[in-house]
Design a protein around this ligand. Structure first.
Ligand code: MN
Ligand code: MN
Length: 304
């Protein structure tokens, strides 16, 4: 990784950290998730970044991948446990960070435990350390508080314009995870903890999409072509929401939605279903992005 790439990672991280802290200040029960997501995404741009994916606002037993749709009326319920997951990129270099805010004293300990799991995991990351060691630490910390990690959610390597660049960092002691952190690579570390089953399943609801088929596409309507071109041009392979495409058909939300659905059903787009805890457990998540260098590890999403 050269100096320039590193500087983009650091700028993206600083913006993401500021936006995350801002989101933590403004989030309140009774607030609409649409308002919250728009505030977050606006702030990213105000600070000189671009959203790397739609602001995820996942509530209670939802672990990830909910973003508000156009005109979304959903409000944060009283006593909610809210995961806010924020992605920022600068020239395609990504910062991925998340917090959980609990408005229910019953789940403050869960939130505390997952926060501790992330901090303890970050302490052991160094070049050459096995990914499985992160999972071991996460699992141990969560178990010491009486919780489980969510085994089928993991951290990941990051690439330019790529949220998941091929490598997974487990959140449990996976003895088969033998790969190691290597210098010059960025990663997101993101433990999820729960009092439920320790697994997520896909719900039927999809609010986030990404370009899947990057090659030539034939046999689509001119409207679908117009939409696909807008998606490629605006987001490349990064995830997006219908909210960011409302202008493509001059505010015709019906046409936008059917066109997205058609491209998705033809597997030209990938849909990310909302992920819910399989035992209906409460879920907390924290996440930081790191850049591993030869002699140090920089947590890009922590403010100095
Ligand atoms: Mn994230
Ligand atoms: Mn992530």
């Amino acid at each position: 990784m050269d100096e320039e790439e590193l500087s983009y990672y650091i700028r993206a991280g600083e913006i993401a950290a500021r936006v995350r802290d801002y989101a933590k200040q403004v989030v309140k029960p009774g607030m609409s998730i649409l308002e919250l997501a728009e505030l977050v995404e606006k702030k990213i741009i105000e600070l000189g970044g671009k959203p790397a994916f739609p602001c995820n606002i996942s509530i209670n037993h939802e672990a990830a991948h909910r973003t508000p749709v156009i005109g979304d009326k959903l409000v944060l319920p009283d006593g909610a446990v809210v995961k806010i997951d924020i992605g920022v990129h600068v020239e395609g270099y990504i910062a991925d960070t998340a917090i959980t805010v609990s408005f229910n004293p019953r789940f403050e300990d869960l939130v505390y435990a997952v926060h501790e799991a992330l901090e303890k995991a970050l302490e052991i990351v160094a070049p050459g350390v096995k990914f499985g060691q992160v999972g071991k630490v996460v699992e141990e910390v969560l178990k010491s508080h009486g919780y489980k990690p969510i085994r089928n959610l993991s951290g990941h390597s990051l690439g330019r314009y790529m949220i998941h660049a091929g490598e997974s960092i487990p959140n449990y002691h996976d003895v088969l995870s033998l790969r190691r952190f290597k210098p010059g690579q960025a990663y997101a570390i993101e433990p999820f903890g729960t009092n439920g089953k320790g697994l997520v399943k896909e719900s039927k609801h999809v609010t986030i999409f990404a370009l899947w088929k990057t090659g030539k596409v034939k046999g689509i309507t001119s409207n679908e072509r117009k939409l696909l071109d807008a998606i490629k041009h605006r987001f490349k392979t990064l995830p997006f929401t219908e909210r960011w495409l409302v202008d493509v058909f001059n505010g015709d939300v019906g046409l936008l939605r059917t066109s997205i659905e058609k491209l998705w059903k033809r597997r030209i787009l990938l849909g990310y279903p909302i992920l819910v805890e399989a035992g209906n457990g409460m879920v907390a998540q924290f996440e930081h992005t790191i850049v591993v260098l030869d002699k140090e590890v920089i947590v890009t999403t922590k403010l100095k």
